[in-house]
Design a protein around this ligand. Structure first.
Ligand code: BES
Ligand code: ZN
Length: 637
């Protein structure tokens, strides 16, 4: 049995205390215990941060930074408000590669500090002897920050101006912001950012005032986030970008030449926010804007509050890949409102969100599309289980610290098995009851970190309520702590893909896919077909598929990617130039890494191709993608 800690959240809710109160009335350790039962419980500790929040924690970050596109650096100050145990005189921050020039108190008196040893993936601790100061001001320079990607004009759609984008999750923000970079340590923040004309800056906070001239051909932009957020959610982008309104509280930023296509693809966004609210309660962040970034962005999307970051590769012209938007929007509840306390419980962010995403898709596009997408997700869970082995500890939802790399375990587990767990509970208790429960879970834990143990305690207290029969039916502990799929798993509708699955079965005999059938299929059905085709195909069969279905010319990047994986895995030479072009523009890791992996698996044929392509494309990728592909292509095995 798991130890279910009492759930008082005093330290965590203390983050709402304004800095001024902290200055004048230091909290006694009696009135506000610094050791929160949540953060102090073994389940909630974050091994990927040096912070010691039980002694002193950051509550607010005020940034004043200049963007330098020539030097590819960010420099300026970060003023941190600290909430500390009475008498505490040190605070430990996370950093990675920062050059710290000084640390001072509010009145400008220098404070002693040390930078500890650098650890791979974790960076270095900065220990500041703050005495009784409760605001510290750090002056620093961030060069080649891992979170930041500086693009040359050629990497943008407009081709005329440089571009900057950031990716904070999971532990990258410490490379440009010296703070406590742990998801359980929520912080409010504000920022003043200067950038050269004519670039525009956006951040994952509300715009506080219009840009003003800042001298030397620069402008200053101001942002504020008045809700305490996990620090991985602080994000920035800057470039030649313009805004288009989509609805009363929704809009999109992107390069001017992308604006029409982006706005058309995102036209359903306001309706998505309405749908999400109808499911799980009010959207609490004010605006929901998005930025469609250049294709080097390493993820499909990132749920930065009030400013979702999106890859342009989701634009298919027919809104068939907008589940991505539903997903990032859903994180406004599961992830941004209620946040995994550490990376062992990523499923609480990603699995709950994947389920929520599907519920939004159902409301917007109907049950058929939702069932098909749920069936694809289920297949991806099964694939991950087959790959890892259904008794492998890595296939549990809650991961032991040794297995929980912050970058996430297998997507098929955290995302897809997580979503299947939610679907299973829904099926057992009924949709109405489960929806009400999930909504109340978000309300009870709003703006707080959560662990698996907390979720299970909460579901027992508020949904199971001592019903022994229900408790037995749900198999909660098995779902969260054990590998594989528990016996009560709710499987997707078998009918979702009846037509494609029979076409895939017939392929073995005919060696052809009907052009007419393909033309009538949805994107999900086409993806299903490509996934169901035999993995080993002759050159002739591949040529026929490409000729019949126009796969190499597909304007849908999910289809193009699935085709390239299949083709390269069969050493199909005509696909190489297509893959090369794709890999030269797209930096989304989900696409890039498997294509290089496939090539590397094809030994003496694919290895040299992979190495040749990567030599050209590596410098255009974000560090997230570089890190993964380096291990695949550059490491001698
Ligand atoms: N929050 C994730 C991206 C992420 C996860 C970054 C873990 C770093 C560490 C985001 O919401 C996400 O899941 N993106 C997916 C979208 C998809 C599942 C619809 C992606 O990028 O492919
Ligand atoms: Zn996500």
């Amino acid at each position: 049995m798991r130890n279910l800690a009492p759930l008082s959240l005093l330290l965590l809710s203390a983050c709402a205390v304004p800095a001024a109160t902290l200055q004048t009335a230091p909290l006694s350790s009696k009135a506000t215990p610094m050791v929160s039962p949540v953060l102090a419980s073994a389940d909630a500790a974050d091994p990927y941060s040096y912070a010691r929040p039980e002694i002193a924690r950051v509550t607010h970050v005020a940034l004043d930074l200049a963007l330098d596109f020539d030097a590819r650096q960010v420099s300026g100050t970060a003023a941190l408000d600290i909430l500390a145990k009475t008498g505490a005189d040190t605070v430990v921050l996370d950093s990675n590669g920062l050059e710290i020039l000084s640390v001072k108190d509010r009145s400008g008196t220098a404070l002693p500090y040390t930078v500890g040893a650098q650890q791979a993936g974790k960076g270095a601790p900065v220990t500041v002897t703050m005495g009784d100061a409760r605001t510290i001001v750090i002056t620093y320079v961030a060069r080649n920050a891992e979170a930041l990607q500086w693009l040359v004009p050629e990497q943008t759609a407009g081709g005329k101006h440089p571009y900057l984008l950031s990716q904070g999750q999971p532990t990258l923000n410490r490379s440009w912001i010296p703070t406590q970079d742990s998801p359980g340590i929520r912080q409010t923040w504000d920022a003043r950012i200067t950038a050269p004309q004519p670039l525009t800056v956006v951040m994952s906070g509300l715009t506080a005032s219009p840009p003003v001239a800042a001298g030397a051909g620069r402008r200053a932009f101001r942002f504020t986030m008045d809700k305490p957020v996990a620090p991985y959610l602080i994000a920035i982008a800057a470039g030649d970008i313009a805004f288009r309104e989509l609805g009363p509280r929704t809009g999109v930023w992107t390069e001017p030449v992308m604006l029409d296509r982006a706005a058309a693809e995102l036209a359903d966004t306001e309706k998505m926010v309405d749908a999400a609210e109808a499911l799980y309660g009010p959207y609490r962040w004010g605006r929901y804007d998005m930025i469609v970034l250049p294709p080097s962005f390493p993820y499909g999307g990132m749920e930065n509050p009030v400013m979702t970051f999106l890859t342009p590769t989701f634009i298919a012209g027919d809104r068939s890949l907008t589940g991505l938007v539903a997903h990032e929007l859903a994180h406004s509840w599961s992830g941004n409102l209620v946040t995994n306390a550490n990376w062992s419980d990523s499923w609480l962010n990603e699995g709950v969100t994947s389920y929520f995403e599907n519920r939004i898709v159902e409301k917007l596009y109907g049950t058929r599309r939702a069932e098909q997408e749920a069936a694809l997700s289920f297949a991806s869970a099964e694939e991950a289980l087959a790959e890892e082995g259904s008794d492998a500890p890595i296939t549990a939802l809650h991961l032991a610290p040794a297995q929980a790399t912050p970058d996430g375990g297998a997507g098929g587990i955290i995302y897809d098995k997580g979503a299947v767990f939610m679907r299973t509970v829904e099926t057992i208790v009924g949709r109405e009851k489960f929806d009400a429960y999930l909504r109340s879970w978000f309300d009870r834990h709003a703006f707080q970190p959560a662990t698996s143990a907390m979720f299970l305690a909460d579901i027992r207290a508020n949904l199971v309520k001592g019903d022994a029969d229900l408790e037995r039916k749900l198999m909660l502990d098995a779902w969260v702590y054990e590998p594989g799929l528990p016996a009560n798993v709710a499987r997707p509708q078998a009918s979702a893909f009846a037509a494609v699955d029979s076409a895939a079965a017939a392929y073995g005999a005919t060696g052809r896919v009907s052009k007419a059938a393909w033309a009538g299929w949805t994107t999900a059905e086409r993806m299903r077909l490509l996934a169901k085709l035999p993995r080993d195909l002759s050159q002739q069969k591949l040529a026929a598929l490409d000729a019949d279905l126009g796969l190499s010319q597909s304007g849908n990047n999910e289809i193009l990617f699935a085709w390239l994986e299949l083709a390269l895995g069969n050493r199909y030479a005509p696909a190489v130039p297509v893959a090369e072009k794709f890999l030269a523009t797209v930096g989304r890791r989900k696409f890039v890494a498997p294509l290089f992996e496939t090539l590397m698996k094809e030994g003496e044929w694919g290895g040299p191709i992979a190495k040749r392509i990567y030599a050209d494309t590596r410098s255009g990728y974000h560090s997230v993608t570089q890190g993964t592909v380096d291990r695949l292509v550059l490491t001698e095995k």
